[in-house]
Design a protein around this ligand. Structure first.
Ligand code: ZN
Length: 274
């Protein structure tokens, strides 16, 4: 059994060799790397939605270099006690699976029997996730229409991904837990100072979310030192500023050979209100 539901009709699905099939006959194939594509063609707004292959590669090399390890370690430290002895963890918007993989390993090491799944809209990211993490199940799908059964998840995590409260509520079991990671106020201030005339802090969000009870927040703060321009560019391509930065700022970015910057995150924990 898995948590996947038919993205067309919402029905349960059964595995038949290299495919998942629902009772109405909608069929979805597994890719060679092991993920299943559950994004119906009519939900795609572009041919290849989500991050492109270059961005996925940049993020992978940046994350694998360990720059965000302080966050990853703390995230695992939050997920393990929050998870039941046996159950399901879903990473909604899993990207190339860096956190999914580390969470799956930390849960297994703790002795918890958690099935781990990841969903992302970017096929190339999900393909990379499926290749790097064989212990989790991955699907291409939208977080706004998760191809996941109602009340099938004990824990849902969402890192820097679109928040979709209604869907997250739907797939979580009663009293299921939700972990969100958002950038802290001073996240990447060093990077912003290096390229913008007027760097500004991130907006602080209100923790309250409809349908969820707030359990607590943890702050992760660290300073990282990037010693080559490739890592700096990789980091920049992971940020929302990538899309809204002018030519002059891009020129400054290209000239940076090293960078010291603060990283800052908040790990927010919630419980589904019944
Ligand atoms: Zn179906």
């Amino acid at each position: 059994m898995s948590i996947w539901s038919c993205p067309v009709c919402g029905g349960d699905m059964e595995r038949r060799e290299r495919s998942l099939v629902c009772s109405k006959g909608h069929m979805f194939d597994y890719a060679r790397s092991g993920y299943v594509n559950l994004l119906p063609v009519n939900r795609k707004r572009t041919k290849d939605p989500g991050d492109n292959a270059l961005m996925v590669q940049a993020r992978r090399s940046f994350l694998n270099a360990g720059y965000y390890k302080p966050l990853c370690d703390r995230l695992c430290g939050v997920l393990v006690p929050l998870s039941p002895a046996q159950g399901v963890l879903l990473d909604a918007g899993c990207g190339e699976g860096y956190y999914t993989k580390n969470a799956a390993e930390a849960l297994a090491q703790s002795g918890k029997q958690m099935e781990v799944y990841g969903v992302d809209i970017a096929k190339c990211a999900v393909d990379a996730a499926a290749r790097s993490c064989k212990s989790a199940g991955f699907a291409v799908g939208s977080v706004f229409h998760l191809p996941v059964k109602d009340e099938s998840c004990d824990v849902l995590m969402s890192l820097f991904a679109p928040y979709c409260g209604g869907e997250f509520q739907r797939v979580l079991k009663p009293e299921g837990k939700m972990v969100l990671v958002i950038p802290g106020e001073m996240h990447l201030m060093g990077l912003k100072q290096a390229i913008y005339d007027k760097p500004y802090a991130n907006e602080v969000q209100d923790y309250a979310l409809e349908g969820f009870r707030f359990l607590g927040a943890e702050r992760v703060e660290a300073e990282i030192f990037l010693e080559n321009s490739e890592d700096i560019r990789s980091l920049f391509s992971m940020t929302p500023y990538y899309y809204k930065t002018g030519r002059e700022e891009h020129r400054r970015l290209e000239e940076l050979e090293e960078l010291r910057t603060q990283i800052s995150f908040e790990i927010l924990q919630y419980e589904k209100e019944v």
